[in-house]
Design a protein. Structure first.
Length: 76
């Protein structure tokens, strides 16, 4: 799952910066947010430290999703 969320992260960069499609990138970002959350849930029983280290990443992606949504809205 960790590798899957890294791949989705790369896809977001391609859709947002490469293809310049902020609405598509927003959908990818939502999928990325969910992938990070699932990764955290899978990490929790294995390593509490790994789970806690993912919290700032999820918070950062939440803010990035907000920014992506704002950019998509302003460029409609």
């Amino acid at each position: 799952m960790y590798v899957a969320q890294l791949v989705v992260n790369a896809i977001w960069g391609l859709t947002f910066f490469g293809l310049r499609t902020p609405w598509v990138a927003l959908g990818v970002m939502v999928a990325l947010w969910l992938a990070i959350a699932v990764t955290m849930l899978l990490f929790r029983p294995i390593s509490r430290a790994a789970f806690l280290l993912m919290v700032p990443y999820l918070l950062g992606m939440t803010f990035a999703t907000y920014l992506n949504a704002g950019i998509a809205w302003l460029n409609r």
